[in-house]
Design a protein around this ligand. Structure first.
Ligand code: M6R
Length: 364
């Protein structure tokens, strides 16, 4: 059933190119994004005033990516909440608010409770869900399925990647309908999206190098992941992948926030993973990398293939191929998934069923 792979997690990582393709291809018709299941007319799309994204764990991280993408492309203000906190701020849901709930299992209790809260306040809910017919799929007003197929490993990989794709498609659709991107810009984004499966495949095929590198970090106590902008979102997901399966403590920080406290934990040999895929943020990221390096950190960088300048400030670099600036999370997460996986494998952890965790969390 693992199809020759050592773990479901590895199998599911390798299923990502197909899962990504299956999620976008039915929604791309020529140079248009068509999302019938959205259940919204163009006028309704134009009437959206605020988007609230609610989810847990990795789905929440997908939501954080979504915030940068929706705001960047559509200029609609976006709030992102962890579902377990959403209700406690008595959320303001008014006419023109669209609530998006993201969930692989469709059974997460807090995410379900968020839908009920939104409905009680007269809000409209769109679910981005993987499991067909699940509770969240049934209770949301409309559902956009991620076609990742069954995910068995507790640590999500392919479902998360498909959640990102669903958000890209939605943001592209909204931006186009609202006149924020031209036909030509949309066509370019579609072209870049079509490249993603092969690019993901190429990154997966670098697994041997990442395993070699991971084997040097089996005794690590702490790992920090830093990024700015959209790269901060991927730092959060990379960090969660590491800690949930390898039991190595890791944390993600907005890179500029590090010197407000956490940098005191950096000592000789501490691993800091810096993610820098956004050209306008290279300079600032490089100065953050210098800050930790001077304090003895070992710096691993994830960056675009043409940013070789980074090698002056990094001890190890994982390059990702060029894509649209809004799609980089899809590529940057692959080496980070592999890195977490191989640290866990090297330590002999139960990769598919990490201690204390369940695949779906049905209690609040
Ligand atoms: O089924 P859901 O997407 O609602 O689950 C949300 C989280 O429990 C889930 O993403 C969790 O954080 C994963 N184990 C992360 O790999």
């Amino acid at each position: 059933e693992k199809g020759g792979y050592e773990h479901f997690m590895l199998k599911e990582m390798y299923e990502q190119p197909k899962a990504i393709l299956d999620t976008f291809s039915p929604r791309i018709k020529g140079n248009e994004v068509v999302i019938d299941e959205l259940g919204m007319s163009d006028d309704e799309i134009r009437a959206v005033k605020k988007i609230m994204i609610v989810a847990c764990g990795s789905a929440y991280h997908a939501g954080v990516t979504g915030k940068y993408i929706f705001e960047g492309l559509t200029r609609i203000p976006v709030e992102v909440d962890t579902a377990s906190e959403f209700r406690y701020r008595d959320p303001i849901i008014e006419d023109g608010t669209l609530l998006i709930v993201i969930s692989q299992s469709g059974e997460t209790a807090d995410s379900l409770a968020a839908i009920r809260e939104a409905h009680a306040k007269g809000g409209k809910v769109l679910g981005i869900v993987n499991v067909v017919g699940s509770s969240i799929a049934r209770e949301a007003d409309n559902v956009m399925y991620t076609w990742a197929g069954p995910e068995i490993a507790v640590a999500t990989t392919k479902a998360y990647s498909c959640q990102l794709i669903a958000e890209y498609l939605l943001a592209m659709k909204f931006a186009h309908v609202r006149g924020k991107i031209s036909d030509a810009e949309l066509a370019d984004m579609i072209e870049d999206m079509k490249e993603l499966p092969a690019q993901v495949e190429m990154l997966l095929n670098n697994k041997k190098n990442i395993q070699k590198f991971a084997n040097r970090y089996l005794a690590a106590k702490d790992i920090f992941y830093i990024g700015r902008g959209i790269d901060y979102a991927i730092a959060m997901e990379g960090s969660l992948k590491m800690k949930e399966i390898s039991y190595v403590h890791s944390d993600a920080y907005a890179a500029g926030e590090l010197k407000h406290g956490t940098i005191s934990l950096v000592e000789d040999g501490t691993l800091v993973t810096a993610i820098l895929t956004q050209e306008n943020l290279y300079k600032k990221m490089i100065s953050n990398m210098e800050e930790v390096k001077t304090r003895g950190a070992f710096v691993m960088a994830v960056t675009n293939v043409d940013n070789t300048e980074v090698e002056r400030n990094a001890d190890y670099v994982m390059y990702i191929p060029k894509t649209n600036k809004y799609f980089t999370n899809t590529l940057a997460i692959i080496p980070l998934q592999l890195f977490g996986y191989y640290v866990a494998v090297g330590k002999g952890c139960d990769v598919d069923k990490p201690r204390n965790l369940a695949k779906s969390v049905t209690v609040e």
